[in-house]
Design a protein. Structure first.
Lengths: 982, 406
């Protein structure tokens, strides 16, 4: 038992009870009929625990006793036993608690021990009216919730009314889609303020723009003012220009006229006067010049006539040429005569010579013959060689004879010696005999050697065997080593050693075998015996044989030499034949070139050569004379032809036939020609004089003409006429320029530099200027208008800026907005509080119901199961549409309406107990039940009592009843009969 | 021996920025509230002229870019023009509220005004009678925030000049109440031998260090219930190494926090008299944040029933007519005794549940209807955690009060 437990209560005075003590146990059943004071005891317990309001205390004041109050002893799980004492007259009925250890505590302490339980709650838990649950049949979840809430809410106001109040307040402040509530209205007004603020802000934002605009306008204004000033100036200029217009026009007239003249007219200073002066000086000279020219003409005519009479110069020259050659021609004629004589003499001589030589050749054949310079030598050489070869042929013949004699002698000697020589078989036999003798001696010596060698051989055999064994051992070792160490090269070593060892052994063995066989052969050889005599005879015979052989060899040698000499001779013979053949060839060649040689022995050839030369020379001379004659004759013929040609050309009478005659005629012509030439020369001299005179006059004239020319040059003209024309133009242009200068000066005074330039460059008319003036005027007007507008705009802009700067609208509405927002936020918070309160309340209510309902149902099921002896195993809480439901042990569900009244009562009690239990659980106070089971039959009561007894194990149970059945049913409870009837 | 110089050090003018926490104030007061920052500025100018100072230092936040009104700058220009006519220079830097790039209006100030042009620390030289007398260092916020430790960039130059004054708009690293901009530590500021540190940004007046003076002058006009008491500027005279500082109040309206014990008031109507009595002691034009304290829960009930509000209206009606008017713009209540018995709550199943429910549940889903409301939310500031708690607390009080009433 962890909970508080009432041990006993002593009533000093309370209602009808005075000085009454009740002892409680875990489960106590207090029986009494109605009006027996049962409820008063109940009330006393509550009074002790929680106190009573003064009025109630007065109500329970005993009529029979002055005392009001009592004590109650409790057992607290922590504090232990303590006693509560309440007396109406003491401290307004406040509790005084006495613990076992003698401490005294006050009301607050008690409250703490009771876990904050109040009388209202206590009452609501344990004494809620049976009516609350009685209509269990039609109970809905809402109803059950309300019951629970009713218990939980004891001592507080109706939640519903609070909710309603809150809702009203919330709705007054704000509705999400309302218009009337304060905040909804506020939103509207805020919107207005905000909009205004926005528009003011926009206006203010345009400040920057406006300021820019103002600045631009100011700039524009300044520009317009400048422009206007310029335009005014311009108008004034035009005015002035109009004034100057006649002068301008004049200027242009002059300028145009001037344009007709060349840009530059060159003319010498006082040119005309200067020209006149020079002309006066020139005139007399010119008349003189004319006279001289006349004379000249006359003489020239004469000369021309003379020239006509003259032979042409070519003819004269030809004549001179012909005449100059006259002497030469005459000497040529003489020469020709002499040559002809010499030729005839030569011809005679040649014929004589040719006949003498008798070569059978004609003169012309000889003339074509050529004798080169080397021919003489060649012919001489051929002659000598022929003689030489004859001598050599004889010599060769002698040599041949001698050689043949020597050969015969040697051949005889050799034949004799060959007969003396022994036969070959005989010689062989002799030799064998000598050989056998020598062999016997050698064999003896060999036998001795063999014995020695046998000893050495056995020694060697031993050594070889040792070597073989040693190498085998080494090889085995190497093999083992290789196996152990795993060096592969050791295998190689093993193999090499083995091969070497075996090789050595085999070699030695073979050598011995060979040696043995040799030895055996020697021993087998026969041993023929030759005597000393036989030996000596043989030796002599053999010596002789050797001697003959030597001699034979010597003769054979000589024979050989002889043969060689014969060969040499043969060669010589061949050489000689060759030379002879060549010589014959050369001679033949000469025959071919000079066939006439065939007629002559070679020995005379050199002599012939000399004779031939002489004849040839004669022929040559004769021929050259013939040539000369031909040349001279040709020259003479030419000359003659020239003469004929000249005569024909010069037109001389062709009467003279002879050369001489012709020549004389020509001489005559030449003489006449010379006379005419002289006359011509005279006139030509006259003309030369005239020329000189002319030159002098010309020089004088030139001086003046140069002066005049210079004037022309300056004026850049060629003729005098042009010069005078130039003089005129020059004068006119000068005058114009003067005029122009005058107008220019005037214009410069009147016009500005620019317009001066402009108007002097282009022609301007009055209308153009007038138009310009009008334009300028309208421009001025327009500018003034613009100026006015801009000025106005600027003033407006500035005014606007000033207005803006002094405007309070934005500022004011900003503050207003801020303030209203603030207010709105305050209201919002207020609303939030109300709303939160309301929502929290609703939420809590819901949670509370849900939470306790399930707990209650759990315990209800537990109890119901027990009361119905597990006929029913589950109780389901009512829902919105369904009432309570129970589930039987065979899992069939029944609604509460389907149950019998008795079962319904059981359910009621289960529920009732469950609610009480759940609600009081926290506080752990005794469970007080008052007459709850009116409708129960004995059987059920029993069951209920059983449950209560069960409950009592955990929580003290005090049961008040007026039914005897119950009293009789409680078996494990302390029974107190306050009526003392039972 | 350098010539003495004198100047005014002010900061955080916040011209024309609206007051916080005022709602439903009468028109007459509203006008004055609106003009209060300008009036304070006018006083500042008057003081400068009267004291014949050499120059004025304004260390940032002259106005609020976010709620910038042209009026603020125009009035500022007029004020500067007035100073110009008295040959008083102005050195100013822009702070986090009037950062350069946020400025909407091309208002040009007269030539006596020197503005630190950018975020680089630069300096101006103050010349008096042809003598370079003071170097004034500073920088302006170009953007909404500066997180660099700007104090370290302040390096003195031209040390022949007698006085070196640094202007800095920022806060101490450890400051947690405000946005920490251009953070510094006092040790940073004394690294260089400046004669005076003219700070700005923190609205509460404070002298961080006396030698050399490192000073927050605070703002010149309180603008919410937390900015209570006198607000103004410092008049500073520098003479060699000596600095003399005098605080000059400039505010035209003073925020005042006032607590009144009304335990003796048995009836709601007794409150009016009690409050009036207390208020009459206050001098100057006041906006009062009133806290009523009592031993009895009845005060809370009155509050819940809006009865206190009615009383305040009555009180304000009386005080508002005075020349130096007083106006209670906010009232809160404090009850020393528990309003309801916690035991009772514990005992009561339902109230226990309710109490737990309130503790454990967020209020946001409940209030979404309003705070997420399409139109309403435009004007609502999101609730802070504290405000949420406050609402919960008030809701609880309200519910318990109602449940236990009678």
């Amino acid at each position: 038992m962890n909970d508080l437990k009432i041990l006993h209560a002593t009533i000093h005075g309370f209602g009808k009870w005075v000085d009454h003590t009740i002892e409680f146990s875990e489960a106590t059943c207090i029986y009494g009929e109605n009006e027996s004071g049962k409820s008063t005891i109940q009330k006393f317990i509550l009074f002790m625990l929680f106190g009573l309001a003064p009025k109630q205390r007065a109500f329970y004041r005993p009529k029979t006793s002055g005392k009001m109050g009592g004590t109650m002893t409790l057992l607290h799980p922590e504090v232990g036993e303590f006693r509560i004492e309440r007396l109406d007259e003491v401290n307004n009925g406040a509790a005084v608690c006495f613990t076992e250890n003698g401490e005294t505590h006050d009301e607050a302490w008690l409250k703490e021990r009771l876990n904050g339980m109040t009388v209202k709650t206590y009452e609501s838990i344990f004494s809620f009216s049976a009516l609350d649950l009685s209509d269990i049949r039609s109970m809905k979840d809402e109803d059950l919730g309300e019951v629970l809430l009713g218990i939980g809410m004891t001592g507080s106001n109706n939640i519903y009314s609070i909710e309603k109040k809150l809702d009203a307040k919330i709705g007054d402040l704000f509705k999400p889609s309302g218009k009337k509530p304060v905040m909804n209205q506020k939103i509207e007004s805020l919107k207005r303020v905000s909009d205004a603020l926005q528009s003011f802000r926009e206006v203010e934002v345009s400040y920057r723009e406006k300021k820019d605009t103002a600045a631009q306008l100011e700039q524009k204004l300044a520009k317009l003012q400048r422009d206007l000033k310029e335009e005014n100036k311009f108008a004034f200029t035009i005015e002035k220009e109009l004034h100057a217009l006649p002068i301008i026009q004049e200027y242009h007239k002059f300028k145009k006229e001037l344009e007709n003249y060349p840009k530059v007219i060159q003319f010498p200073e006082n040119g005309v006067e200067r020209l006149e002066k020079w002309k006066e000086l020139l005139l007399p000279l010119q008349s003189e010049w004319n006279v001289v020219t006349d004379h000249e003409k006359k003489y020239n005519q004469i000369i021309a006539t003379l020239k006509l009479d003259l032979y042409a110069e070519t003819i004269q020259m030809e004549a001179d040429g012909i005449l100059s050659e006259k002497q030469q021609i005459l000497s040529r004629l003489n020469e020709l005569k002499k040559l002809k004589l010499a030729i005839s003499r030569h011809e005679l001589q040649i014929n004589e010579e040719v006949d003498r030589l008798q070569l059978g050749m004609q003169v012309d054949e000889l003339a074509s013959l050529e004798l080169p310079f080397y021919l003489e030598k060649a012919w001489t050489k051929l002659k000598n060689e022929t003689e030489q070869l004859k001598l050599e042929a004889e010599q060769l013949e002698n040599e041949e004879k001698q050689l043949k004699q020597e050969k015969n002698y040697i051949d005889n000697q050799i034949k004799q010696l060959e007969d003396l020589l022994l036969s070959d078989s005989h010689v062989h036999e002799l030799r064998d005999r000598l050989h056998a003798f020598k062999s016997n001696q050698l064999l003896r010596k060999l036998n001795e050697d063999a014995q020695n060698r046998e000893k050495e051989r056995s020694k060697e055999k031993q050594r070889t065997s040792n070597t073989l064994i040693g190498s085998i051992i080494t090889a085995v070792l190497a093999g083992v080593g290789a196996l152990i160490t795993d060096y592969s090269w050791l295998y190689t070593v093993m193999l090499i050693v083995l091969v070497l060892g075996i090789g050595q052994w085999l070699m030695t063995k073979r050598n011995h075998k060979q040696f043995d066989s040799v030895l055996r052969a020697y021993r087998q050889q026969s041993s023929e015996h030759v005597t000393e005599e036989e030996r000596r005879e043989a030796e002599d015979l053999l010596d002789m044989q050797d001697k003959y052989k030597h001699e034979l060899a010597a003769f054979q040698e000589q024979e050989k030499l002889g043969h060689i000499q014969y060969i040499k001779w043969n060669e010589k013979q061949n050489l000689f034949a060759e030379r002879d053949r060549r010589l014959q060839q050369q001679i033949h060649n000469q025959f071919e070139s000079y066939p006439f040689l065939k007629r002559l022995e070679i020995v005379y050839w050199p002599e012939l050569y000399h004779h031939l030369r002489q004849v040839l020379k004669l022929i040559k001379d004769w021929q050259s004379h013939l040539d000369e004659t031909a040349v001279i004759e040709r020259q003479l013929a030419n000359y003659h032809r020239r003469l004929d040609l000249f005569v024909e050309h010069a037109g001389i009478s062709d009467e003279e036939e002879t050369l001489e005659g012709k020549l004389e005629a020509i001489e005559e012509i030449v003489k006449m020609q010379q006379e005419k030439q002289k006359e011509l020369t005279y006139y030509e001299q006259l003309i030369a004089e005239l020329k000189e005179k002319q030159y002098e006059i010309g020089q004088s004239m030139q001086t003046y003409e140069i002066e005049m020319q210079r004037l022309f040059e300056i004026a850049a003209v060629d003729t005098e006429e042009l010069f005078y024309e130039q003089a005129r133009q020059y004068e006119e242009k000068h005058t114009l320029e003067m005029e122009l200068e005058k107008t220019t000066a005037q214009l410069r005074n009147l016009l500005s530099v620019e317009s001066y330039q402009q108007y002097t460059e282009t022609i301007v008319t009055e209308t153009a200027l007038e138009m310009k003036r009008q334009q300028s005027e309208s421009m001025q007007k327009s500018l003034e208008e613009q100026l006015e507008t801009v000025r106005g705009n600027l003033a407006d802009a500035k005014a606007e800026l000033v207005a803006m700067e002094s405007s309070e609208s934005y500022s004011t509405s900003l503050h207003q907005y801020e303030m209203e927002t603030e207010h709105f936020n305050q209201l919002a918070k207020e609303w939030a509080v109300l709303k939160t309160a309301k929502e929290m309340l609703t939420e809590t209510k819901r949670n509370y119901r849900a939470n306790y309902l399930s707990k209650v149902m759990e315990v209800t099921t537990l109890y119901f199961k027990e009361i119905t002896a597990e006929t029913y195993i589950q109780v389901y809480a009512p829902t919105e549409s369904n009432p309570f439901q129970v589930e039987s042990s065979d899992n069939i569900r029944y609604t509460v309406n389907e149950l019998s009244q008795g079962t319904i009562d059981q359910l009621y009690v289960s529920l009732r107990l469950a609610i009480s239990k759940i609600m009081s659980e926290k506080h752990g106070l005794p469970f007080i039940i008052d007459d709850a089971f009116v409708h129960f039959d004995a059987n059920r009561i029993k069951k209920i009592i059983a449950i209560l007894q069960q409950v009592a194990k955990k929580q003290q149970v005090v049961l008040f009843t007026c039914k005897q059945e119950i009293v009789s049913a409680v078996t494990e409870m302390k029974q107190i009969d306050i009526t003392k009837k039972l | 021996m350098a010539e003495e110089i004198s100047f005014i050090h002010a900061a955080d003018l916040h011209l024309d920025s609206p007051f916080k926490g005022l709602s439903n104030i009468p028109e007459s007061i509203f006008h004055q509230v609106r003009e209060s920052t300008f009036a304070a500025l006018d006083r500042l100018i008057e003081v400068a002229i009267h004291k014949q100072v050499d120059f004025i230092l304004i260390a940032g936040d002259l106005f609020d870019s976010e709620k910038q009104s042209l009026k603020a700058q125009i009035r500022l220009r007029r004020a500067f023009e007035k100073l110009q006519s008295h040959s008083i220079y102005v050195y100013l830097s822009y702070g986090n509220h009037d950062y350069i790039k946020g400025n909407r209006y091309p208002v040009t100030y007269p030539e006596n005004v020197f503005i630190f042009p950018d975020e680089k620390v630069s300096n101006f030289t103050f010349t008096k009678n042809g003598v370079d007398l003071a170097q004034i260092y500073g920088f302006s916020y170009e953007n909404r925030a500066v997180f660099d430790r700007k104090a370290k960039s302040y390096k003195m130059n031209n040390k022949e000049i007698a006085y070196h004054i640094a202007m800095l708009h920022g806060s101490i690293v450890s400051n947690t109440d405000h946005d920490v901009y251009a953070p510094f530590q006092i040790s940073d500021l004394v690294e260089e031998d400046f004669n005076y540190w003219a700070l700005g940004h923190i609205h509460k007046r404070e002298i961080l260090k006396h030698s050399p003076p490192i000073v927050y002058p605070g703002n010149i006009q309180g603008r919410n219930r937390k900015e209570t008491g006198e607000k103004g500027c410092y008049h500073v005279t520098l003479k060699d190494q000596q600095a003399e500082l005098t605080f000059i109040p400039l505010q035209v309206i003073e925020f005042q926090s006032k607590s009144v014990d009304v335990a003796h008031c048995k009836q709601i109507h007794d409150l009016e008299k009690a409050i009036l009595q207390e208020i009459s002691d206050l001098t100057g034009t006041q906006l009062i944040d009133l806290t009523l304290t009592s031993d009895y829960p009845s005060l809370k009930l009155w509050e819940n029933e809006k009865q206190i509000e009615d009383i305040m209206d009555l009180v304000n009606e009386t005080t508002i007519t005075e020349t130096n008017w007083k106006y209670i713009f906010r009232v809160s209540t404090e009850v020393k005794q528990a309003i309801f018995d916690e035991d009772m709550v514990n005992d009561n199943h339902f109230m226990g549940e309710l109490s737990r429910q309130i503790e454990d549940t967020s209020i946001l889903p409940y209030i979404g209807e309003l705070y997420q409301h399409k139109q309403a939310r435009r004007y609502l500031e999101p609730l802070s955690v504290e405000e949420e708690k406050e609402i919960k607390k008030e809701a609880k009080q309200l519910l318990f009060g109602e449940l236990l009433k009678g």
